[in-house]
Structures are given as structure tokens and as C-alpha cells.
Design a binder for this molecule. Structure first.
Ligand code: PEP
Ligand code: MN
Length: 292
């Protein structure tokens, strides 16, 4: 196909694709590289995002952020607003947690990934977040998606527990449609009949999303696995499958964590883990940021 006929063919796909801005043809097959705080995700750039499930306490957060930095992580994650299945579980520190995240950012220089659950919290979250996370349970919250579309902040959308890839791409479309081009997709496991682990990590989603869309694709093996022993094999597999990054939970003392301790890697293991992931990502043709 020559350049002109390819352009016409791309236009036809775009005209019929339900997700017009997220689809591959929008970039004529090129990949979007999202740049945040001097770090890149997408194309040949692989990013390690690591941190706490929930911000619990100041000292522990600062120590964990330093560990992530020393291991070569590109981003520090931590939830100040937590979507919990039970209303009786710890719901996060809210604005106090955001203030601790701001300190972690000032201390390490790492950009912050944190979840926004409610449009009413958009202002304080935007003050500290470099990447706003839209959690799996909010992937279908269209008012929230449009709101972060209007905010000029990078947005990472996690796939809903029972959502198709098309639904995930349409969620991304809500953000893109508002003029915000900085969108990252995240596969975090889906609900199946299997009960041996928390969710089923759908790694086919990585190459398929990259085929359908130009947006970077990150994998979260922690929430899929639910068990720390599974996090490394799933992370290696994600890197081998061509993911543009992985997001993992770590904790200085995982068994004492208030939230998701069973799936958290120990801080002491992060450097060795990052090295292994870096090696596999390099085999998949990715350039690894910083020290990994
Ligand atoms: C999280 O990343 O902290 C989280 C709650 O994940 P998910 O929305 O995928 O369950
Ligand atoms: Mn968690």
C-alpha cells in the first residue's frame, strides 16, 4: 500500500472506530510517548512505578519513596483516597495523605501517581499528582473521566474488573475527547471463575491494546496476583509481552501493612526485582529509565 492509500485506509478505520482518538490510526501506527516530570512512558520507554498501596504514615512513606528511587523506579505511587470493598476498612488519609505525598516528591524528585475517586477532590489531588489514577472501580465513572480530561494532568486508567478492552478504550476516549492527550492504560487483572489468585492477569491485553491503540500500556501485577510470590513472575511476563511499564506495591514491612500487605513486595527486595524486570524489558526492546 502506498502512503496515500494507507492514509485513506487509516481514515476509514478512524471513521468507524468507536474510540476515534484512542485508536492506532490516529497516530498512523506511531506510539504515544507520555512524558511526566522528565520521565517517559511508551514507545521504547519502559517505566517502573512502585510504592505503597495506601499512605499510612509519614516516615514510612518517605522511606519507601527513597527505596523506590534507589532501586531506579521512575514514579512513586501511593493512595490517599482508597476504594475499599468494605465501608469499614481503612479509607485512606485523604488530604493528610496528599501532604505526605508532596513531601515524598520534594525529597526524592519522583513524580507521584495517586488515585482520584471523586470529582470533589480534584483540586487537592491535582496539587500533588503528576499522574492521576482512575481506579478499576471508577473506570465507568464518566463524569470523573471527563473531569480529568479537562484537567491537564496525565491520567492512568485501570481496566474495570469485568470490562472489555473496548470499554477501557472508550473510557480513555472520554479523557482524550476533552483535549487531554496524556493517557496511560493499565491492565490489572479481570474477574474470572478462577479462585487460586485474586484476579486473572490478562496479558494478551498488552499486545492487543497496543495493536488497537497508540496509548502506552502499563501492567499492575500486584492487584491481579493478590500474593507477593506471584508478583515477580507476572511482572517478568508483562515486560516480556512488551508492556510500557509495570506498577507494583511495596512496603517496608508488608505483613504489617493496613492494606494489601499480602501482595506487597518487601522494600528490601525491590532493587533485585527492578534489575530482573529491567533485563527482560530490554529483551522486549525497551529502554529502561534511570538505574534499572
Ligand atoms: C490501586 O492501584 O491502589 C487499586 C485500588 O487498584 P484497582 O483500582 O486496580 O483495584
Ligand atoms: Mn492496593
Amino acid at each position: 500500500m502506498n502512503v496515500m492509500t494507507q492514509a485513506v485506509a487509516d481514515e476509514e478505520v478512524r471513521a468507524t472506530a468507536p474510540y476515534k482518538l484512542a485508536c492506532s490510526e490516529t497516530r498512523r501506527g506511531g506510539r504515544s510517548v507520555v512524558e511526566v516530570g522528565g520521565r517517559k512512558i511508551g514507545g521504547e520507554h519502559f517505566a517502573l512505578i512502585a510504592g505503597l498501596c495506601a499512605i499510612e504514615e509519614r516516615e514510612q512513606t518517605l522511606a519507601t519513596a527513597q527505596t523506590v528511587k534507589d532501586a531506579g523506579g521512575a514514579f512513586f505511587r501511593g493512595g490517599a483516597y482508597k476504594p475499599r470493598t468494605s465501608p469499614y476498612s481503612f479509607q485512606g488519609l485523604g488530604e493528610a495523605g496528599l501532604r505526605i505525598l508532596a513531601e515524598a516528591k520534594a525529597q526524592t524528585g519522583l513524580p507521584i501517581v495517586t488515585e482520584l475517586m471523586d470529582v470533589r477532590d480534584v483540586e487537592p489531588v491535582l496539587e500533588v499528582a503528576d499522574v492521576i489514577q482512575i481506579g478499576a472501580r471508577n473506570m465507568h465513572n464518566y463524569a470523573l473521566l471527563s473531569e480529568v480530561g479537562r484537567a491537564r494532568c496525565t491520567v492512568m486508567i485501570k481496566r474495570g474488573l469485568s470490562s472489555t478492552l473496548e470499554e477501557l478504550l472508550l473510557a480513555a476516549e472520554y479523557v482524550l475527547k476533552e483535549g487531554n492527550e496524556n493517557v496511560i492504560l493499565c491492565e490489572r487483572g479481570i474477574r474470572t471463575f478462577e479462585t487460586a489468585y485474586r484476579f486473572t492477569l490478562d496479558l494478551a491485553a498488552v499486545p492487543v491494546l497496543q495493536e488497537l491503540s497508540h496509548l502506552p500500556v502499563v501492567v499492575d501485577p500486584s492487584h491481579a496476583a493478590g500474593r507477593r510470590e506471584l508478583v515477580e513472575p507476572l511482572s517478568l511476563a508483562a515486560a516480556a509481552a512488551g508492556a510500557d511499564g509495570i506498577m507494583v506495591e511495596v512496603h517496608p514491612t508488608p505483613d504489617a501493612a493496613i492494606c494489601d500487605g499480602r501482595q506487597a513486595l518487601a522494600c528490601d527486595d525491590l532493587t533485585r526485582f527492578a534489575e530482573r524486570i529491567g533485563q527482560v524489558a530490554a529483551i522486549a526492546g525497551k529502554r529502561i529509565g534511570a538505574a534499572i
